[in-house]
Design a binder for this molecule. Sequence first.
Ligand code: SF4
Length: 110
Amino acid sequence: MQIDPSGTGFGTPGWHAAAACRSLPKSLFFPVGTTGTAADDIVVAKTVCGTCEVRASCLAFSLVTEQHYGVWGGTDEQERSSLRRVYRAAGLEAAVAAAFDGTSTSARSA
Ligand code: SF4
């Protein structure tokens, strides 16, 4: 039986090897709640994301795989929820999926 270490059902993405958060506690990126120390953790996590070279891939992954919890690609849960509403309303699902799998987003204009 193969184990999915990411817990997403998609395995560990290749870009994860370069993640700035790789050696940090997961609790920093998945705090419980949004107030008090959790709010502090979210700020720190987003700061780490700001230094991360795979931020765009991380964000695209989180959107495509519907990650509703935690900080991904420098965004918190509410920010990703807003992003999903905006790009779905604009019909940009294919562009987001292309960003996730590394293909050109210009395919959308075809
Ligand atoms: S963008 Fe943030 S959550 Fe995503 S891999 Fe980088 S440090 Fe981790």
